[in-house]
Design a protein around this ligand. Structure first.
Ligand code: R2B
Ligand code: URA
Length: 307
C-alpha cells in the first residue's frame, strides 16, 4: 500500500462522524482545502458546516444552483426558521457551492479527475466539520441503454469501460482498484419515491462510467473514430447484458470514494437519449432542462422524508 495505511481497516464510525483513512492527516498542524478555498485554521468549519446532512453533487454549476433554490422553495417550511440560501461563492475556487440549512449543493465539473479532487476535499470537510452520517447524492445526466429518453436511472453500482466493478487509480506508479459500491437499500428507497403520475419512467440498474464522452462511450460521431457502428452496437449490447442501463463519467469514482469513507451514497441520473438509437443528443435544450429536474425531484423527496 502507498503511504496511507490499510484500506481494509474497519471504520470506527461509532459516533457517525466521518473518519479519514489517512494516518498522515493527524500530523498536519492545519489543513487547507485548496479547491474549496477553506481551511481548518482560517475557518470555523464546525460552525459553517456542522449541520450538513445531505451533500448533493452534479456536473453543472447552474444545475446545482437551481437545486439549492428548489430545495429552499420546496422544503423551506421544514428547515430551521430563517434558513437562507447561502451562495458560497468565496468558497468555490473551482466549484460552485450552495448551502440551504442541512443541504449542500455543489457542482463537480465533468469527469472523474474533477470529481475526485472535490470528493477528497468534501470528505475531509465533513470530517473537520464533525458532520454525522451524511448522505451523498450525485444528481446527473447520462446516456441510456435500452430505456426511453427522459427516464431516470438509479444506480445499483458502477462499472468502468471494461465492465469492471471498480474505480482504478494509479498511485505512485501502481494501479489500485477500489470497489465501486453503492448502498442498495438507499437505491431501493429512492426508487420507492417515484410516483405513478410523475410522467417519466424510473429504473434501477448499473451505471457505466467512461473517461470520455465520445470514443470512450462507443460513439462514432467524435473528431476521431476507428471503430464501426457494429462495434458500437456489440459493446452497448454487452453493457446491457451486464445490467448497465446508463453511461456517464463519474460513477465509479463517486461510488468507490464514498464507499471507502463509509458514507451512504446514491446516484440518480436522467438519460438524455437511448444509445441503441443514436449518439447525438437531439432533444431541444428546453426539454433537456425540464428532464434535468427529474433526479432533483426524487432526491428532494428523499431529503424531505428524512429531515
Ligand atoms: C454526464 O454528462 C457529462 C458529459 O456530458 C458528464 O459529466 C456526465 O457524467
Ligand atoms: N452524459 C454522458 O456522459 N453521456 C451521454 O450520452 C449523455 C450525457
Amino acid at each position: 500500500q502507498p503511504n496511507g495505511g490499510n484500506e481494509d481497516d474497519a471504520q470506527c464510525n461509532d459516533q457517525g462522524t466521518v473518519h479519514l483513512r489517512n494516518p498522515n492527516i493527524k500530523q498536519l498542524d492545519h489543513d487547507i482545502l485548496y479547491h474549496l478555498a477553506l481551511g481548518t485554521e482560517s475557518h470555523d468549519l464546525v460552525k459553517m458546516f456542522g449541520d450538513v446532512k445531505f451533500v448533493c453533487m452534479g456536473g453543472a454549476p447552474t444545475r446545482m444552483e437551481h437545486f439549492a433554490q428548489y430545495i429552499h422553495s420546496q422544503l423551506g417550511h421544514k428547515l430551521p426558521p430563517g434558513t437562507k440560501l447561502q451562495d458560497m461563492k468565496e468558497h468555490s475556487h473551482r466549484y460552485s457551492m450552495y448551502k440551504v440549512g442541512p443541504v449542500l449543493s455543489i457542482s463537480h465539473g465533468i469527469g472523474v479527475p474533477s470529481l475526485q479532487i472535490l470528493l477528497h476535499e468534501i470528505i475531509k470537510l465533513m470530517h473537520y466539520a464533525k458532520v454525522k452520517d451524511p448522505v451523498f447524492f450525485r444528481i446527473g445526466t447520462s446516456g441510456g441503454i435500452g430505456i426511453e429518453p427522459g427516464s431516470v436511472v438509479i444506480s445499483e453500482g458502477a462499472v468502468d469501460e471494461m465492465i469492471n466493478p471498480y474505480h482504478e487509480q494509479a498511485i505512485c506508479g501502481k494501479k489500485v482498484q477500489r470497489p465501486a459500491k453503492l448502498d442498495l437499500e438507499l437505491a431501493k428507497e429512492l426508487q420507492s419515491l417515484h410516483r405513478a403520475d410523475d410522467g417519466f419512467e424510473l429504473v434501477r440498474g448499473k451505471t457505466m462510467c467512461a473517461s470520455d464522452f465520445y470514443e470512450g462511450q462507443g460513439r462514432i460521431d467524435g473528431a476521431f473514430c476507428s471503430h464501426t457502428e457494429a462495434d458500437k452496437m456489440d459493446y452497448l449490447k454487452r453493457l446491457h447484458a451486464a445490467g448497465v442501463r446508463n453511461i456517464e463519467m463519474e460513477a465509479t469514482c463517486f461510488s468507490a470514494l464514498t464507499h471507502m469513507a463509509d458514507i451512504r451514497a446514491g446516484i440518480v441520473c436522467v438519460a438524455f437519449l437511448n444509445r441503441f438509437e443514436g449518439d447525438q443528443v437531439c432533444t431541444p435544450k428546453s426539454v433537456l432542462t425540464q428532464w434535468e429536474l427529474r433526479p432533483q425531484q426524487i432526491v428532494a423527496r428523499y431529503i424531505e422524508k428524512h429531515l
